[in-house]
Design a protein around this ligand. Structure first.
Ligand code: CO
Length: 629
C-alpha cells in the first residue's frame, strides 16, 4: 500500500471552523516556509469564507493574501474551496463570472480547486468544472455527505461517477458536519475505489469525535488523501489534528512519512497566535455532539451562536437547534453546508424568534424554494411552498441559465474603484462590502500618503453612501487634525456643521489612533469616534416618546446591516414622503450573511427614515415611522 497523503487545512477550514476565519495574513506569513517544508500533499489556504472575511472584517485584499502565500510556498500545492456556481459567495453567479474567477484564482497561485454543490445538483458543477479544466489546474469534485432518507450509498456513488464523467481529476467525500461514522467511511471509500479510477480524498470534521476513527477506517479502505489541521486549530468543529493521525499511521503500511518535530514547530506558532488573539480551542460540548441529531456543520455552529448572541437570543439556542430538522425536512432534506446551512439556520432562527413558522422568510429562503439554488433532494410540498412563495412557479432549468452575463456590467459599475480584474470580481461577489472596502483602501492610501509625506496632517474625505463615491472636498485640502494632538471636540463640532451644510451624507476619517465617522440622518447627525477603547462619544439613536396611535414604528427584527435599496446603484425602496401599502418592501436588513426584506405591516405615509444605507442596526431599532392611513 502506498503512503497516505495529507492536506493541511489550517489556513482555511481550520481557522474558519474555530476562529471564525479571523487569522490575518500577517499571522500566516512567518510559518509558511515551515508548512511548505512538511511534505504535505497540499495546503488549503483560500476560498470558502476566507474571501468574505478578508474584506468584511480584516480590511485585507483576499487576492493579495493568496499572492503572498504563493510567493513563500514554493513546493507544496495550494488548494482552495469553491462553492460551485456560487464561487466564494452565497448565490449563483453567471457563467462568465465563474470562468473569470476560476481563471484569476489559478493565475494568482491556486493549483487544486475543490468544488462542491450544496445540493449535490451536478448541473451546478458543469461550468465550474469546465472552467477549472480550461486553466489546466487540478479539478477535485465533491460528493457532499449527509444523512437523510434519500442520501443512500447508490446516490453517492452515482454522483461521483457523473462528476468523473464531467472531468473531475479526483473525488472528495465532503463530510462538513462530522456525520460520517467510521464504518460508513470504510464502506463509502470501498465503493468509490471500486467504481472510480481517480484518487479519493476524505474531508471530515471532528465535532462529535468520530473523525479520527473515520479517517483511520477510510485509510484502511484505501482512501488516497485525508484532511487534517495543526493541533491548535484541530478538534471541536474543525478537522482532526495532523499530529495524532501521523503518529497513529506510523505503525501501519500507510505511514505518511511526515516528521512530528516539524509539525510541533508549526503547532507552537499557531498556539502563540491563538493565545495572543484570544481565539478558542477546539472542544466538543454536549451541544456539539447533538450534531448526530441536527446535522449542523462545524463552521455554522460557531456562527449560529455568535449570531444568536448578537440578537440577544443565545438562551434560545436549544429551540433553534430543535427547529432545524423540521425546517430541513420541510425544505426537502438539503445537506447542511454553505449556503444551505445558512438558509436552513436563519429560517429556523426566524421561526423561533417570530413565534411561528415561515412568518418572515429571507430572500434567500424564497430563492431556494423557487429552485434558484438547484433541485432540492426531495421536492418541497405544495403547502410549504405556498407558505413561502405563494403562487409563484418554481424553475426547473439549471439556475445559472437564467442569469445574464455579469462581467461587463460589473466592470462599468465599479470602474471608478477597481484597480484590477480581481477587484471587479470582489465587487461582483460582495458589492456592498467591496465598495466599503475599496473606500477604506482609498482613504487609507490618502491618509498614509499625507501622514508619511507631511508628517502631521490627516486628510478628510467626504463619502456619499448613496452612490458610493468619494469626493474630495472642493478647494484646498482640509486638514483637521495634527497627529500629535488629542482629538479636539471643537473640531468635531465644526465638522458636524460642515456636514450639515453640505449635500453629503457621511464623512469618515481614520488614523492609527481612532476612526471618526459622521453620518447625517433625517432627525440628527450622529457621531461616533472609536479608538483603542471603542468609546462612542455622543448621540445615541433617537428614542420614541408617547407616539400617537396612528403612528407605527417599523423596527429591526434582528441585529444587522441596513440597506435602503436592493443594490448599490438602485433607487431606495422608499423615502420620507412616500405612500406605502401593507406588504410593500421597505428595506433590507442583512443578518447572518443573508438579505432579509423588511415589509410594511400597515399602509400609510413614511414620515421618518432615520437609518442610512449601510448603517448597522440593533435589534428593535426604529427603521421607519409610518403614519397610518
Ligand atoms: Co470543511
Amino acid at each position: 500500500m502506498s503512503r497516505i497523503k495529507i492536506t493541511d487545512t489550517s489556513l482555511r477550514d481550520g481557522h474558519q471552523s474555530l476562529w471564525a476565519t479571523r487569522m490575518a495574513t500577517e499571522d500566516m506569513l512567518p510559518i509558511l516556509e515551515n508548512l511548505d517544508d512538511v511534505g504535505y500533499h497540499s495546503m488549503e489556504v483560500w476560498g470558502g469564507a476566507t474571501f468574505d472575511v478578508c474584506i468584511r472584517y480584516l480590511n485585507e485584499d483576499p487576492w493579495e493574501r493568496l499572492r503572498s502565500i504563493r510567493k513563500q510556498v514554493k513546493k507544496t500545492k495550494l488548494q482552495m474551496l469553491l462553492r460551485g456556481q456560487s464561487l466564494v459567495g452565497y448565490s449563483h453567479y453567471p457563467d462568465d463570472i465563474v470562468y473569470r474567477f476560476v481563471e484569476k484564482s489559478a493565475e494568482n497561485g491556486i493549483d487544486i480547486i475543490r468544488v462542491f454543490d450544496a445540493l449535490n445538483d451536478i448541473r451546478n458543477l458543469e461550468v465550474p468544472l469546465k472552467a477549472i479544466k480550461a486553466t489546466g489546474k487540478h479539478a477535485q469534485a465533491c460528493v457532499v455527505y449527509t444523512i437523510s432518507p434519500v442520501h443512500t450509498m447508490d446516490h453517492f456513488v452515482e454522483t461521483a461517477l457523473r462528476l468523473r464523467e464531467m472531468g473531475a481529476d479526483s473525488i472528495c467525500i465532503k463530510d462538513m458536519a462530522g456525520l460520517l461514522s467510521p464504518y460508513k467511511a470504510y464502506d463509502l471509500v470501498t465503493e468509490l475505489k471500486k467504481n472510480l479510477d481517480v484518487p479519493i480524498q476524505l474531508h471530515t470534521h471532528y465535532i462529535g469525535g468520530m473523525a479520527i476513527a473515520a479517517l483511520l477506517k477510510a485509510v484502511e479502505a484505501g482512501v488516497d488523501i485525508i484532511d487534517t489541521a495543526s493541533v491548535p486549530m484541530a478538534f471541536g468543529s474543525s478537522q482532526p489534528p495532523v499530529e495524532t493521525i501521523v503518529r497513529a499511521l506510523q505503525d501501519s503500511d500507510r505511514d505518511s512519512g511526515l516528521e512530528l518535530h516539524k509539525l510541533f514547530d508549526i503547532a507552537t506558532h499557531f498556539e502563540e497566535i491563538r493565545k495572543h488573539k484570544g481565539f478558542e480551542r477546539g472542544v466538543t460540548r454536549i451541544n456539539d455532539m447533538k450534531v448526530f441529531e441536527h446535522q449542523v456543520p462545524g463552521g455554522m455552529i460557531s456562527n449560529l451562536l455568535s449570531q444568536l448572541e448578537e440578537q440577544k437570543a443565545l438562551h434560545r439556542v436549544d429551540e433553534v437547534m430543535a427547529e432545524i430538522p423540521y425546517v430541513r425536512a420541510d425544505l426537502g432534506y438539503p445537506p447542511l453546508v454553505t449556503p444551505t446551512s445558512q438558509i436552513i439556520a436563519i429560517q429556523a432562527v426566524l421561526n423561533v424568534l417570530m413565534g411561528g413558522r415561515y412568518k418572515l422568510c429571507p430572500g434567500e429562503v424564497k430563492d431556494y424554494v423557487r429552485g434558484l439554488y438547484g433541485k432540492p433532494p426531495v421536492s418541497i410540498s405544495d403547502e410549504i411552498r405556498h407558505k413561502i412563495i405563494g403562487d409563484e412557479e418554481i424553475i426547473t432549468v439549471r439556475p445559472a441559465d437564467l442569469l445574464e452575463p455579469g462581467w461587463e456590467k460589473a466592470k462599468q459599475e465599479v470602474a471608478e474603484w477597481a484597480e484590477s480584474d480581481e477587484d471587479v470580481l470582489t465587487y461582483v461577489l460582495f458589492p456592498q462590502v467591496a465598495l466599503k472596502y475599496f473606500g477604506w483602501r482609498k482613504s487609507k492610501g490618502l491618509e498614509d500618503a499625507s501622514l508619511i509625506n507631511k508628517g502631521e496632517y490627516l486628510t478628510v474625505d467626504m463619502y456619499q453612501p448613496e452612490n458610493a463615491a468619494v469626493n474630495r472636498l472642493a478647494g484646498p485640502k482640509r486638514n483637521i487634525h495634527r497627529r500629535d494632538e488629542e482629538m479636539n471636540f471643537e473640531e468635531i463640532k465644526e465638522l458636524i456643521l460642515l456636514l450639515d451644510k453640505s449635500s453629503l451624507a457621511e464623512l469618515e476619517m481614520q488614523s492609527d489612533e481612532f476612526r471618526l465617522s459622521l453620518r447625517k440622518s433625517v432627525s440628527n447627525t450622529r457621531v461616533t469616534v472609536t479608538g483603542d477603547n471603542d468609546l462612542p462619544i455622543s448621540s445615541p439613536a433617537p428614542t420614541a416618546v408617547n407616539e400617537p396611535e396612528n403612528i407605527v414604528e417599523v423596527t429591526a427584527p434582528m441585529v444587522g446591516t441596513f440597506y435602503a435599496a436592493p443594490s448599490p446603484d438602485a433607487q431606495p425602496f422608499v423615502k420620507v414622503g412616500d405612500k406605502v401599502t401593507a406588504g410593500q418592501t421597505l428595506c433590507i436588513v442583512e443578518a447572518m450573511k443573508l438579505m432579509n426584506e423588511i415589509k410594511a405591516e400597515v399602509s400609510g405615509l413614511i414620515t421618518d427614515a432615520p437609518i442610512l444605507n449601510g448603517e448597522p442596526v440593533e435589534y428593535g431599532q426604529i427603521l421607519f415611522v409610518i403614519e397610518k392611513e
